[in-house]
Design a protein around this ligand. Structure first.
Ligand code: MN
Length: 741
């Protein structure tokens, strides 16, 4: 930690006062406790500075402000946020805090400190799954731990500019991977969007600033359009007696716009819904009255603007799993443009903005039913010890985080909430493990369906069972809920264990025959020698005849150790093969000297990935492929997140070394502009004459006075490419110049 040069006490105090204003303190005592927490934190962090140089204490104050103002938590959480870093970073102990406040506060801070330990470790990719597991465990204890942790991360993301770039990327990836999905699931939509945007800002800088710039350019036009849409609506609402309402246009966040560009393969210019209209009415009445008012607003809107029938989303009658309530519709606005309109009440809006915290009661008399169910599912899931690997666990879990929900009914009419794409089997396991494991099909609205059948919203499902039914591996291909998958895996593993018992006995007998002792060391030797995963795998292979016990005859034992015959020979053959492979795969002297890999030798078998075509100067990582050595990807490659998440252990950190002189890289540039004869000439002269670059190909396509083109060119590094793009952009008549990925 850096020491601050000047410590401006007034500035710090003012930040605290400003935070305190956002707190809903009910009495003098609560205020005193918050002041006390501030005093402890301020003294403890005194002399410490953040990377940016500002006093460290401003960070906990800012986190406390997010906690109270943006998440809407109470004084206890504000106190914990103020103290969230003291146990980790200063001499103050949990005991001290328990004495100064109480057990509850000490426990929350303990939870926050524990999560921190995992995150700050170096080998983050491999720790991700374990981290999520930890977060979720604390979620089971006290959800405030996670909410404060999200606030902590949000503030760190907002103030990351002073960090070195590799740290920014690591923290941003982690945020995208863990925090955004959890914020989403907890219903913190606004915070989730901000986290995604901030992550994108650091991992995909260019695209981010490009979209931000374009959004800004169209701002006036957009605002005029929104006004044109809203004005008649305001008038109509007033005519119908609505007095207290807010109506405004909300721009969509950058990350979601980018997603749309990618998934729908349209350009920025062709995205029509860059914003949504939100109408919030203030209703002082019962929930039923609130719903009725929303529908009334809906009918007023649709009397003015034509609705798109298949775009009505009613989360008022059946709120989302995380408590979200709102009515969404898409209508035809002026100039034939489709516009999304969201209708809700002030109460619903609070829930939508602040998530579960807004209606979550800790002391637990009346808690939110749906959220309780979700939490208990997670607890269930964590309690089961049979989640094979942590990575698989998290893949399953994330899947469930982002899926939208469907609602299906039991024969008795109970409603059940499942992720989109859930099958009959998922439903059966949701009802009960017994029902799931003996499920042979389902009767849905009078028709029979197989276990693999995917359920639709509103289905009424009756599960058919048979005592003879047994789960098998195949079932994992037809289930998506964590609950079903965890249960199936655990049943399969138990069955495997039973089978393995038989294998174990067979091995014991065989070893007795061979006069070899049967003990742990010998088993470990054998497992290792035959390259089995573990003893269970080994016993199972024996029981199912996949391993032939005759192979043991070839082994000689010395005590508990195996003496392998012909050991020398095998080794030299392997070496030979490996050396040959290295020779064959090593590209001829064309540039492998330009890259070094963390911990590896200088000259290594590598190639650049065609999906993102990295150049020297780009932030990159290496990915170990099965047969083609290491492949270099850009950190903002469209496949990067996927690779990192699915195969964390195959990712190697990589950086460009000093560049050798004459190595060139192919890169593609997309360009569009006015269709003008002179333009192509200008382009080629900039590339070949001015910058002396070699072009491999150029293709232009003109339509309606506009051309679209792709230029393939050799460059030395990213710097040279940026220079080229800059030059091309400056040409009159050119609209966009982009590097293709
Ligand atoms: Mn912190």
């Amino acid at each position: 930690m850096i020491k601050t040069q000047v410590y401006n006490e007034e500035q710090v105090r003012a930040a605290f006062e400003d935070m305190l204003e956002t707190c809903s303190v009910r009495n003098a005592n609560e205020r005193k406790r918050i002041e006390y927490a501030y005093k402890i934190a301020e003294e403890a962090h005194r002399g410490m500075a953040r990377k940016s140089g500002e006093p460290y204490i401003l960070h906990p104050i800012a986190v406390a402000k997010i906690v109270s103002e943006e998440i809407g938590l109470g004084p206890t959480s504000v106190i914990c946020a103020l103290l969230h870093d003291v146990v980790e970073d200063t001499d103050i102990s949990l005991d001290d805090l328990q004495k100064a406040f109480n057990r509850e506060i000490a426990q929350i801070i303990d939870g926050l400190t524990k999560i921190k330990g995992v995150f700050e470790s170096k080998n983050w990719v491999e720790q991700q799954a374990e981290s999520v597991r930890k977060i979720l465990l604390t979620l089971g204890d006290d959800i405030r731990v996670v909410l404060i942790k999200i606030a902590d991360r949000l503030h760190n993301m907002r103030t990351m500019d002073a960090m070195p770039s590799h740290k920014q990327i690591r923290i941003a990836s982690e945020t995208m991977y863990i925090y955004a999905p959890i914020a989403h699931r907890l219903g913190l939509y606004r915070i989730k969007s901000e986290l995604e945007d901030l992550s994108m800002k650091y991992t995909n800088r260019e695209i981010y600033s490009d979209i931000a710039r374009k959004l800004n350019e169209k701002k006036n036009e957009r605002e005029a359009f929104i006004k044109q849409f809203i004005d008649p609506l305001k008038q109509k609402l007033t005519e119908h007696g609505f007095k207290e309402f807010r109506i405004f246009g909300r721009p969509k966040h950058i990350f979601s716009i980018w997603n749309k560009i990618k998934t729908k393969k349209v350009s920025f210019e062709n995205i029509y819904d860059l914003f949504a209209i939100r109408i919030i009415v203030d209703v002082h009445g019962t929930m039923e009255q609130e719903k009725a008012e929303c529908w009334k607003v809906y009918s007023i809107i649709t009397s003015l603007y034509q609705p798109k029938p298949d775009r009505l989303r009613d989360w008022i009658s059946t709120p989302k799993g995380n408590g979200y309530e709102s009515l969404h519709t898409t209508v035809m606005g002026p100039h034939g443009k489709w516009i999304e309109v969201q209708i809700r009440t002030e109460r619903m809006d609070k829930i939508a903005e602040r998530g579960v915290a807004a209606h979550w009661r800790y002391k637990g008399h009346k808690s939110n039913g749906k959220f309780d169910i979700w939490l208990s599912k997670i607890r269930d899931f964590l309690a089961s010890k049979d989640t094979d690997s942590a990575i698989e666990f998290i893949t399953d879990f994330r899947h469930n985080l982002y899926e939208s929900d469907i609602y299906v009914f039991t024969p008795r009419g109970d409603i059940r909430n499942l992720p989109h794409g859930a099958s009959v089997l998922d439903f059966a396991f949701d009802v009960h493990t017994e029902v799931g494991s003996s499920c042979i099909g389902a009767k849905i609205d009078g028709h029979l369906y197989p276990i693999t059948h995917k359920l639709k919203n509103g289905d009424q499902v009756e599960i058919l069972t048979s005592k003879k039914q047994k789960p098998n591996e195949e079932w994992l291909n037809h289930t998506i809920t964590s609950r079903a998958r965890t249960k199936i895996k655990s049943i399969l593993k138990n069955a495997k264990r039973k089978e393995a018992e038989i294998g174990k006995e067979m091995l014991e007998r065989k070893l007795r025959n061979l006069k070899v002792r049967f003990n742990k060391n010998v088993i470990n030797e054998l497992v290792h020698h035959f390259k089995m995963q573990d003893s269970l795998e080994f016993y199972f292979a024996i029981a199912t005849n996949k391993f032939d016990l005759k192979q043991l005859k070839d082994l000689t034992f010395n005590g508990d150790k195996i003496v392998v015959k012909k050991e020398k020979e095998t080794q030299s053959i392997n070496e030979e093969i490996i050396n040959k492979r290295i020779r064959d795969n090593t590209p001829k002297d064309d540039g492998h000297a330009i890259s070094v890999f963390g911990g590896f030798a200088d000259r290594i078998d590598y190639s650049v990935a065609s999906c993102c075509e990295p150049l020297p100067g780009d932030d990159v990582f290496g990915f170990i492929t099965i047969s083609k050595g290491i492949r270099i990807h850009r950190t903002d490659c469209p496949n990067a997140n996927d690779l990192r998440q699915r195969y964390p252990y195959r990712v190697v950190s990589t950086k460009w070394a000093k560049q050798s002189q004459d190595v060139l890289f192919l890169t593609n540039i997309r360009i569009n502009g006015m269709d003008d004869v002179g333009l192509v000439n200008k382009l080629t002269s900039i590339i070949s004459d001015e910058l002396k670059l070699n072009m491999r190909a150029i293709s232009l396509d003109a339509k309606d006075g506009i051309f679209e083109g792709k230029i393939t060119v050799f460059v030395k590094n990213k710097q040279q490419l940026s220079q080229l793009i800059k030059k091309l952009r400056a040409v009159e008549g050119i609209f966009t110049v982009e590097r293709l990925s």
